[in-house]
Design a binder for this molecule. Structure first.
Ligand code: GLC
Length: 606
């Protein structure tokens, strides 16, 4: 009944979009409808009940996420359950379990080479263990996010194995060619994702004497979405994940999923059609499940993956540009880069994921024209950032490593944990207590920049404990070539860190200050002091705005109140974090090293 009603609302759109990709495939479309119905029929009543609230939970200020590798955090899923208090204590309400679907044997790109989408990596448990985690965490009010690697499968996935055995049906699941003509033609317009550790986009397979498209590692075979069978299989797996209780499905590497010869095969229009179909299908079959897209491209391209009100795509996307801007501002001590970030109107109830670190590297994809307008030469600026976070630059507090270093182009990205990049490792090494203190403040400021803005904050497990770089990967032949393992260390339960309590306080504050409230506007404003970031927040339920001030430097900074009055703000204000009073009638406001304030006009509340 509910299913039919919902389907009616989407049927016409589904058919129209499906026809764009797979014209004249009437029977296949009907099969898709049947698959959707079967999936709905198999859905657990508990989730059907949750579906009535749709994905409202993602827009709530209460939602605070953390991402973690199960094996590094707790060995396995059974033990993960015993750490539920760590999350509750910190105030985490959404956990992204990094890839735990069964990966290929041997190297597997941190689990992003999946052998079986319907089984759990035996090293961390099985499907029953996973369901037990879901139910336990749900009871504690914690939602679960899981990766769904949609661009490629591992080369030992059942489909790939059948393709290797010569079954044409399955060879057609991938992009395979008998000679190098088409691969070469593709290559001439393609970029490279891993130019040094896995160059090129095709891998010649000796067994079947064919070239296979492998945009990422040679063992990650790109799927051929031009084949409707692939689309159906992937929809079926998507619905499977929703039905085992996954609240948020992270769609990996979305820009790459559609390939057209002669193009760079990134962000093609058909990708948007596929995502919009995924969205409609999930809205019919499992509407409380949110889709999180991973598209690490320029902001104006990322934002398109939210879709439009009348043609929605992902509920949520990583705010990759903001992450880069945070690190840029920390190194330059210049807040203007962040203040000048373009702001986008998102469809209703769509949210950014704000994060500072994750399992991947930091790529310096800054807006070059903006860099130029601020008076810097983009290449020189990029080199400055690379060297700064490598720690090779005089005066840098960071210790990191290069990732994908290309000596010819003098190009690289950076790896490292939040704490090591923020100066803690160097400060500890040099037994410099003052620098340790500054590093702690910096770590807190970076967390404040993700916890106090509009969007879902997503912490990377270990960062709340100030975890340092882990160099063990250099001795593991399966990992040594990929420096991203530097910031994928084993979670160290033996250490306590003063940043933990401070971050916990900040999360508590976020929940109290924003909670169920709705941030209508979250707008950076330029002020005279370029070292300080000012954000204006308009909160629907509050009569007075919030003003956020972040000192991006280790020095004291003053903000002239004329700057604030210019935006129409006067009177006496109170900092909601510490309770201190500030008068805009004074000439200036003082901010301590890396201090941040959330201030609101002091109207005496009854
Ligand atoms: C995503 C993941 C990254 C992985 C890649 C290939 O970008 O975040 O870790 O290497 O996809 O699956």
């Amino acid at each position: 009944m509910i299913f039919n009603q919902r389907l009616m609302g989407y049927l016409e759109a589904l058919k129209r979009k499906y026809d764009i990709l797979y014209p004249e495939c009437e029977a296949a479309f009907n099969d898709l409808m049947h698959m959707m119905q079967a999936s709905f029929m198999a859905r657990n009543d508990i989730y059907i009940e949750k579906d009535s609230g749709a994905t409202d939970w993602i827009a709530s200020g209460e939602t605070v996420g953390m991402m973690l590798y199960v094996d590094l955090f707790s060995e396995n899923l059974k033990h993960l359950k015993t750490h539920v208090d760590h999350f509750s204590n910190l105030g985490i309400s959404l956990i992204h379990l990094m890839p735990i679907l069964m990966p290929r044997e041997g190297e597997n790109d941190g689990g992003y080479a999946v052998k079986n989408y319907r089984a759990i990596d035996p090293r961390v448990g099985n499907l029953e263990d996973f369901k037990a985690v879901v139910s336990e965490f749900h009871q504690k009010g914690i939602k679960i996010c899981l990766d769904y690697v949609i661009n490629h499968t591992a080369n030992d996935h059942e489909w790939a194995v059948k393709a290797l055995m010569g079954e044409e049906k399955y060879q057609d699941y991938y992009l395979m060619y008998d000679d190098s003509a088409i691969p070469n033609a593709f290559e001439s317009a393609l970029g490279e994702v891993f130019p040094t550790i896995a160059p090129g986009n095709f891998t010649f397979n000796e067994d079947i004497q064919k070239y296979v498209m492998t945009t990422f590692y040679p063992y990650q075979w790109d799927l051929n979405y031009k084949n409707p069978r692939v689309f159906h299989e992937m929809v079926s797996n998507l619905l499977f994940l929703a039905n085992i209780g996954v609240d948020m499905i992270r769609l990996d590497a979305i820009p790459y999923i559609w390939k057209t010869l002669g193009t760079d095969c990134r962000n093609l229009p058909e990708v948007h059609v596929i995502l919009s179909l995924f969205r409609d299908i999930i809205s019919v079959c499992a509407p409380s499940t949110a889709l999180l897209g991973e598209a690490i491209v320029s902001p104006n391209v990322i934002v398109r993956y939210f879709g439009k009100e009348e043609r929605l795509e992902c509920h949520s996307l990583y705010n990759a540009s903001y992450m880069v801007e945070i690190w840029n501002s920390i190194a330059t001590r210049d807040a203007r880069h962040m203040a000048l970030m373009p702001q986008y109107d998102l469809p209703q109830k769509s949210v950014w994921i704000n994060y500072a670190r994750c399992h991947d590297d930091i790529g310096w994809g800054l807006d070059e024209s903006k860099i130029r307008n601020l008076g810097f030469e983009p290449q020189a600026h990029k080199n400055f950032l690379i060297d700064f976070y490598l720690g090779s630059l005089d005066g840098s507090f960071s210790i990191g490593e290069l990732y994908e270093y290309n000596p010819e182009k003098q190009d690289a990205r950076n790896s490292g944990t939040l704490a090591s990049l923020a100066g803690l490792e160097k400060a500890i090494e040099s037994s410099d207590r003052y620098q340790v203190e500054l590093a702690h403040k910096r770590i807190l400021l970076i967390h404040a920049l993700i916890l106090l803005r509009k969007g879902i904050p997503m912490l990377y497990a270990g960062d709340e404990m100030g975890q340092l770089n882990d160099y063990a990967y250099k001795h593991d032949p399966k990992k040594m070539k990929d420096s991203r393992w530097l910031h994928r260390g084993r979670f160290d339960w033996s250490k306590s860190s003063p940043v933990f309590d401070a971050i916990k306080e900040l999360i508590d504050f976020r929940k109290k200050a924003y909670g169920q409230k709705y941030i209508v506007e979250d707008q950076p404003l330029l002020i005279g002091n370029q070292h300080v970031l000012l954000i204006q927040q308009i909160i629907k339920e509050e009569s007075e705005d919030y003003l956020l001030l972040f000192n991006m430097t280790e020095d004291r900074q003053w903000v002239y109140t004329t700057d604030l009055k210019r935006y129409g703000y006067h009177g006496v204000w109170i900092d909601l974090l510490q309770g201190k009073q500030l008068s805009f009638e004074e000439e200036k406001i003082l901010l301590g090293p890396y201090e941040f304030l959330v201030i609101q006009k002091n109207i005496l509340k009854k």
